[in-house]
Design a protein around this ligand. Sequence first.
Ligand SMILES: [Zn+2]
Length: 84
Amino acid sequence: MKQIQCKMFGHDFHVTRDVTFHVKEYTCVNCHKQLTTNSNGSLIELTPKFKEINDILERIHHKRMMKKINNKKATNKKEVLIPA
Ligand SMILES: [Zn+2]
């Protein structure tokens, strides 16, 4: 029954995962169809292959973010460690 609503009014997609700043995964709240952003920035169906790609992208993205945070921490430490 829920799929009929999607056919008539279109899917109601909500972001279910932030992979990177630009790549996200969307799920339709009615029929649970999943979409993702591809490298061109357009929406495509989330196939197992793309899920795998997103997993890798997310890992790389996380690593970069952690590096940034760690760098910030390092500089902060330097500022705090002023010899008395
Ligand atoms: Zn739908």
